[in-house]
Design a protein around this ligand. Sequence first.
Ligand code: 13P
Length: 288
Amino acid sequence: MALVSATEMIKKAYEGHYAVPQFNINNLEWIKAVLEGCEKAQSPVMLGVSEGAGKYMCGFKNVVDMVKNVHDTMGITVPVAIHLDHGTFEGAQKCIEVGFTSVMFDGSHYDFEENVEKSKQIIELAHSKGISVECEVGGIGGTEDGVTSNGELADPEECAKIAALGCDFLAAGIGNIHGVYPANWAGLNFDRLDEINKAVDGKPLVLHGGSGIPFDQVHKAITLGVSKVNVNTELQLVFAKATREYIEAGKDQEGKGFDPRKLLKPGCDAVVNQVIEMCKAFGSADKA
Ligand code: 13P
């Protein structure tokens, strides 16, 4: 199956009360590991690409080419969308041009009217090419691509206005943050999520910062309209742990040096296992 827009998979998740995972990709190994995990779990998946990861992988066009080739070579059968994560206005336009099947335009840092205007333009452009769009209201806290912001609770009225523009799914801050949650984190704000869910009238919602949120909170969020959960940090942590253990165990081929393919394998295997576990936890396993 070719790469697909995320509209259909998110609609099914919304109706079936589970969440499609978005796993962020950073390099060839990550693409392979995430696809392998989702194929094993029989889960639909969105491959998230931040603007920083796009640059690292030699540009958005190269990311699309890599993903398509790896996807076809591996014979992946589950639905896969390639999605720009926290895109700028220019980044979203570029991704639409080079073959992404889904984009997020994150205008949450603009004045609200400017967010509306720019979101509208990206939605129109993307939909003219059958590409799904995620918009955002209320910044997600934490650090991503070196940018740190405080978590916000999105305004339900603003959410309703952006949802009414026709985006396919909406990210709204409900106390979630990117990265590792501090020990004193207050948890997701379900009262606000409930208000937002009612205000957006059936628009699927997106939970960013999905690493480390206790699964019972994710499950409750799904009952209140969340149909997509983004995960990045969690995969990085399991990858780093397995790689460190491998190096510390000294498996360097009797002092001949580390073959990068062997060196990266334990980390990649750990990512595959984590992906499978999260697909099961989000309820997307066996929903492909
Ligand atoms: P985490 O890194 O906290 O999992 O967040 C990922 C994310 O929300 C990407 O948009």
